[in-house]
Structures are given as C-alpha cells and as structure tokens.
Write a protein that binds this ligand. Structure first.
Ligand SMILES: Nc1ncnc2c1ncn2[C@@H]1O[C@H](COP(=O)(O)OP(=O)(O)OP(=O)(O)O)[C@@H](O)[C@H]1O
Ligand SMILES: Nc1ncnc2c1ncn2[C@@H]1O[C@H](COP(=O)(O)OP(=O)(O)OP(=O)(O)O)[C@@H](O)[C@H]1O
Lengths: 229, 229
C-alpha cells in the first residue's frame, strides 16, 4: 500500500492526517512542535518531532521511502519552500503543498510540487458556487474525459419518451435524472417555483419543455448535446 | 435576483466576492480596512468601509435587504460572533460564516448561522480523499438523498447482461459505468494492473467478476445494493 508523510500539523495538516488514517492509510506525521506531534500520536503510530528543513533527520525517519508527501506549513514560506526542495531532491514521487499566497504557490510549482492548495481561496470558490447553484449539480468531472452535467432539454427531445430519444445509442450519453419546475402558491398567496426530480427515469417518461436533464457521458458528446436544437 | 453581502475581505472573503461577481451576482463587499475595500472595488461596484459590528452603519448600507450574508472574519472571533448576531436579528434569511475553530463554529450555529465553514479542515479532508481515491469517484452526493458511488458488482450480477439485471426497475439504481481491471505486461516484463472503463454501457454488456460499477441512485437503494450477494 502507499505510504504518506504529512509535514506540518496545523488545522490543514491534522485534517489530512485524520482523513488518511480513517481510510486505513499508512501515515508519518511530522511537526517541529512537541504538542502537535503529541496530539497526532493519538491518531497515528508514526508521529515524530522533526525540523523538516533538516534533510538528515528526514532521511533517518525513512521519509525518502514515502510515495506521497503533503507539506502543510503555512506561515513560514521559506521553510515550506526549503522542505519542498528537499523532498523533490530525495526523489519523492508526489509532493503536495499548501501555499500562503500565489507567489508562494508559483515557487512551489517551479520546484515540482504537483498540486498547490490554497484552502481559503479554494473554499471561497466552493462556498460561493454552492450558493449560486440551484442546479442539482453544476458540473462534476468524473475523469479527465467524462462529466456529469445539467443540460437544458433540446427542443428535439420535447414530447418524446426516453426510449424514443435513445440517448445512449444516438448521443452517447446517459440521462440519469430529469428536473422539472412547477409553480406552487405558498401560504401568503405568492407564486413560487419548485423543482421536482425524476431520478433514474423510466424508458416511458416523456421529456417536457424546459426540463433540465442530468446527463453523464464523455465531454465531446456533452458538447454535441448542448448544440442540439 | 438574490443580493449577497460579504463581510471581511481576507483571502476567503475576497474569493467569495470574486466568484459571486463572476457569476453575475449582486454583491456588497464590506471590510473595516480601506485597502481591502479598495481592492474589492475593482471587482464590485458596492464596496464599503464599515465596522460591521456597528449595526447603524450596516443598516445605512441597506444590509438588512440582502438575502445571503457571508461573514468571513477569521481571527477576530468576538467580532465574527457579534456580526452574526446582528445579522440574524436584522432578519437576514441565510447567514454563512467561517470559523476559526470548533468552539467558534458551535457558537455561530447556536446563533442561527446556517452553514459554518472551516476552510483548512474542509480542504484537508478533500485533499486527502483525492489522494486515496483510485476509484473513478469515491462518492459524490448529488443531493441530500442521492449519490454517485462505485460499488463492487454483486455475485448475482456476474455473467448477466445489464438488460437481464434490469437494475433500474429491480434495484432503483442506474449503472452509468463499469470499471474492469486487466493485467498487462510493461516494457520491463512486470505485470501491471490497468483499468478499462465502459462508460454508458450497452444493454447487452455482460458483468464480469470483480467489475466495479459506477452507480447513481437514492442512498437507500445504494445501501441495499451493497448488501446484495
Ligand atoms: N520546519 C518545520 N518543520 C516541521 N514543522 C514545521 C516547520 N515549520 C513549521 N512547521 C509546522 O507547521 C505547522 C503549520 O504551520 P502554520 O501554523 O504556520 O500554518 P497555518 O497555515 O497557520 O496552519 P493551518 O493549517 O492551521 O492553517 C505548525 O504546526 C508548525 O509547527
Ligand atoms: N468588525 C469588522 N468589520 C469589518 N471587517 C472586519 C471586522 N473585523 C475584521 N474584519 C476584516 O475581516 C477580514 C478577514 O479577517 P482575518 O484576516 O482576521 O481573517 P483570516 O481568517 O485571517 O482571513 P483569510 O480569509 O485570509 O484566511 C480582514 O480583512 C479584516 O479587516
């Protein structure tokens, strides 16, 4: 199985350790502060106090054998960069690091960090998108070539059963849910729009005008579907 | 359209503002520091310098009319809590706030904040899960009741066509992809496992032993599927 090293046990680092351990992964947890390592030792057997900028100390811990290292040092940009350099020079396959700001992140990328994390910025984007999206889902990338995405039903589908549309054969996509809006009057006499979802629709279900289709398929087919009239 | 207020323009707050504005939303951006408001004014027309703990100042800005307020004050826990209290008493429908730690978060929930965000902790979980998952997808919650998840093919499915299994009718789930492993010899003579994906599988496709099924459906049905033999 793969071995992980987490360097820096702030909130981000500790959260990475907890999640990896909860999934049964082998994790070495490192911090320069005793207290943090003590807390981590309640979660993983391998928790050590090390200044990660000291290459000898890292090697003695067998860090050069891990498959993935996650650097979670935030405020001390210099240490974060130095540790990244050391780990890449040691030949560790995958090094992931959080960055304090974009300049920090750019330097980490130049060193060979494969993924730079900006927790505050990334979560800001996610929270904002979650607020805007009244869709079931905006777009989820399942792999680099396939997605799940909501698409307005093409006019040519309206009035037809799913069986007749034969989406899988004709368009290479799978319609996994249909969202339809209907108007409802609330207890103050206001008209409000409500959504109904037809999940795993039946072959006999008929598409109506303005239905939103939750669709799964490869990205090229999704693009073609969107340009259908 | 809905109106948003973002209070506190650190990295998290600024990211929320940028994302909302990029999606065409109406955003009031507030901070006590001139410089931050000046940066925000390049993104949104409504950017004001206010101490958000001063209710009168908030009311003069028309904050009581927004539908959603996002409090992005991090270090100053007292201010964050006071602002949350003021906004809920003003009757703002949805108040979201980031929290410095779990105690801070619990207090915010008691006040009526509908969603508490822990950027460092939440991103730690996401990054760790992304590292572990060699599956197409671990589990994606589509709504509070439906998910997309990878499931080992039950023995009773093996050797049958999808048509015969009739998953949608019999089990209320939609098999949207099949992942199968096969052994391949690399150029050094090592045997390596490779995955092949059958996306939007045909009705005549036959399930093999150890196939992983990417399944969409409601959570109860997914649980039942998992316990099938
Ligand atoms: N050279 C180092 N070697 C090992 N650990 C280090 C080193 N420098 C910093 N750390 C540790 O990294 C951890 C996280 O760093 P810091 O608290 O600066 O980041 P942060 O971004 O504020 O953390 P959080 O993840 O809570 O947001 C700290 O526990 C710190 O002791
Ligand atoms: N009473 C207040 N009224 C308005 N703005 C405030 C108030 N108190 C703090 N702020 C602002 O909130 C912003 C974010 O706060 P702070 O920098 O403490 O949080 P942070 O968690 O470190 O930010 P980040 O989102 O970058 O992680 C700051 O720009 C600060 O000026």
């Amino acid at each position: 199985g793969r071995q992980f090293a987490v360097i820096g046990l702030g909130q981000f680092g500790m959260s990475v350790v907890k999640t990896l351990v909860a999934e049964g992964c082998d994790v070495i947890a490192i911090d320069i502060i005793d207290e943090k390592v003590k807390d981590a030792s309640e979660i993983t057997a391998h928790a050590v106090v090390i200044d990660a900028t000291e290459e000898k100390a890292l090697r003695m811990m067998g860090i050069s054998n891990v498959d993935v290292a996650i650097i979670c040092i935030g405020q001390n940009v210099q240490d974060s960069i130095l540790v990244a350099l050391i780990l890449k020079e040691m030949g560790i396959n995958t090094v992931i690091a959080k960055a304090l700001n974009e300049l920090h992140g750019k330097v980490l990328e130049k060193i060979g960090v494969s993924k730079v994390v900006y927790p505050e910025i990334d979560m800001g984007v996610r929270i904002a998108r979650g607020l805007i999206s009244s869709k079931i889902v905006e777009q989820i990338e399942i792999s680099s070539k396939h997605s799940i995405v909501e698409v307005l039903a093409p006019i040519s589908f309206v009035g037809k059963t799913l069986r007749k549309i034969d989406a899988r054969v004709k368009y290479g996509i799978n319609i996994i849910a249909i969202k339809r809006q209907y108007a409802k009057v609330d207890d103050q006499g206001n008209i409000i729009q409500k959504d109904i979802f037809d999940i795993t629709p039946a072959a006999e279900d008929i598409i109506a005008k303005d239905d939103m289709l939750l669709v799964f398929g490869n990205n090229d087919n999704i693009i073609k579907l969107r340009s259908l009239k």
